[in-house]
Ligand binder design. Structure first.
Ligand code: ATP
Length: 501
């Protein structure tokens, strides 16, 4: 009979409890551990009765989950380990995968997803749908732990971090898609920095930024006199990126003739520089990016289908800023900090209303537009505390349109003239508002708990959850997937909760 024993290590009793229930419900036999030392002791004494699967938290007192992962990898390499963490960022995702984790789960997670991953982890190896592309078995662990500067805690960005982590042991081709300014180049660099090629060059070339007739020689280099203006021999970006990564931005703008040459160079690892009869041999990983729909370009005969398939081994779609509004405050803080440093000016602080305004704006230029807006605010806003009326005009227009609707603070704080002292107090008023609803809620909960009827508290909590569900569905016009993302759940969880109404 198949081993269905799962060991769960987490210092948080509520997490242990929900996971135990979920696993039992799915026909597993969970064994729970609150401390790494007991867990490792049990593993040592297991005498061949090892679990089929381990789930471990990262941050725990004493030994942390990464050390547990390392121990398991060294002693019981066959046991798949799922790493869970509440403090998820790119670095921990990469660390987990590099350490050999089967999967990395940012908390809060969807229980249905956890069970599905668990089933996948214990599936016989030959059934596993392995990721295409070369895998590097022994990797040089060149993860320096440096902050790559990719900010994002939204579910959509967690997916991106997870993908970067999962790809950190391979040199497979990746196609990045997403609107302009969503961070495609940043992610390409992170993929390189967390790959076995990190010590080699990362070379970027933007097809849209150079004239079409020069793209070929830019890519493959040229001999002296190969064309008018080629006064000396020059190595192309391919040669410069040898051993490393070549990032081809706006690949959809590549002329068809160059696409043909690129395809051949990728297939054979060899090419002739322009005007040369000597073959150049290179080993380059290509990461391509585009903001256009390449499938449509293929249909219209503007892009080669075979090249598309070669580049699109792994596809990563980056979310627009609208799809990850919850990240806007952290991004804005980050860009205000950077702008202040760059421009040697005091760092501006935003009132809650101004933050609210940034969160409701449309951002067609995505993160780049937000970055520029923060620079603008740093230079143009007069006081150190910035309210809605000091935001750029186009953002204020949205303020007028939405006043009294979603961001209550806008109308309460006013958008009229305020001196900086008043603006400073605006922050305090905003906090008071937030405290008021907290106080009200706390009073309600205290009343609910003051008595013998314990179910009342559960009812209040369920009611709050329902309100949050309604708000999310209202905001996303009933789109369940998007609503679930805003609530930090998987779609199945939302469906399950709705079905209980
Ligand atoms: N998640 C993020 N955290 C911090 N900065 C970000 C993030 N995403 C994007 N940026 C910043 O936003 C700007 C635009 O990002 P980037 O150039 O990578 O976007 P892009 O998708 O490649 O744009 P384009 O398609 O126009 O080339 C950069 O300055 C980048 O540093």
């Amino acid at each position: 009979m198949m081993n269905r024993v799962v060991w769960i290590l987490d210092d948080d009793s509520s997490i242990r409890w929900v996971l135990e229930r979920a696993f039992k419900g799915a026909g597993w036999q969970p064994r729970l551990f609150a401390e790494p030392t007991f867990f490792l002791q049990a593993l040592t004494e297991s005498g061949g009765e090892t679990p089929a699967l381990v789930l471990t938290d990262v941050r725990m007192p004493g030994t942390d989950g990464m050390q547990v992962l390392q121990e398991i990898q060294q002693r019981f390499a066959d046991i798949p380990v799922i790493v869970m963490t509440a403090h998820s960022d790119l670095e921990s995702a990469v660390k987990a995968f590099k350490g050999g984790a089967f999967e990395y789960l940012p908390k809060p997670f969807d229980l249905d997803e956890v069970i599905a991953i668990a089933e996948r982890a214990v599936k016989p190896k030959q059934q596993e749908s392995s990721e295409a592309g070369e895998k590097v078995p022994e990797h040089a662990d060149n993860d320096t732990g440096n902050d790559t500067g990719i900010i994002g805690e939204s579910a959509a960005m967690q997916e991106v971090f997870r993908a970067i982590g999962r790809l950190s042991r391979s040199s497979v081709s990746v196609l990045l898609t997403g609107e302009s300014g969503t961070g495609k180049e940043l992610v390409a660099k992170a993929l390189h920095d967390h790959s076995p090629r990190a010590e080699k060059p990362f070379v970027a070339l933007n097809m849209a930024a150079i004239p079409g007739e020069l793209i070929e020689s830019e890519l493959f280099g040229h001999e002296k006199g190969a064309f008018t203006g080629a006064q000396s021999r020059r190595a192309g970006r391919f040669q410069q990126a040898d051993g490393g990564t070549l990032f081809l931005d706006e690949i959809g703008d590549m002329p068809l003739a160059v696409q043909t040459r690129l395809l051949r160079a990728l297939a054979e690892g060899q090419f002739y520089p322009v005007g040369s009869h000597q073959l150049a041999t290179v080993n380059v990983r290509v990461i391509a990016a585009t903001h256009i729909d390449l499938r449509k370009a293929i249909d219209e005969g503007r892009f080669r289908e075979d090249l598309y398939h070669r580049l699109n081994v792994i596809h990563l779609q980056l979310p627009s800023l609208q799809e990850r509004r919850s990240d806007i405050p952290a991004l804005a803080e980050h860009f205000l900090f950077i702008a202040a440093k760059e421009l040697q000016m005091p760092q501006k602080r935003l009132t809650p209303a101004a933050f609210g305004q940034l969160q409701t704006a449309a951002w067609p230029g995505n993160v780049r537009q937000l970055e520029n807006t923060c620079r603008w605010i740093t230079v143009m806003a007069s006081g150190d505390v910035v309210d809605v009326d000091e935001l750029p005009a186009d953002l204020q227009r949205i303020a007028a349109e939405t006043a009294g609707e979603s961001v209550g603070q806008v109308s309460i704080l006013g958008t009229g003239e305020q001196d900086s002292e008043q603006q400073a107090s605006a922050v305090v008023i905003g906090q008071k508002l937030q405290n008021n609803w907290r106080e009200g809620l706390q009073a309600e909960l205290l009343a609910a708990l003051d008595g013998t009827n314990n179910t009342r508290c559960a009812e209040v909590l369920a009611e709050i959850e329902q309100l949050a569900i309604d708000a999310a569905l209202q905001q996303t016009k009933g789109h369940r997937q998007q609503a679930a993302e805003r609530l930090g759940w998987g779609r199945n969880t939302l469906t399950r909760k709705l079905s209980k109404r």
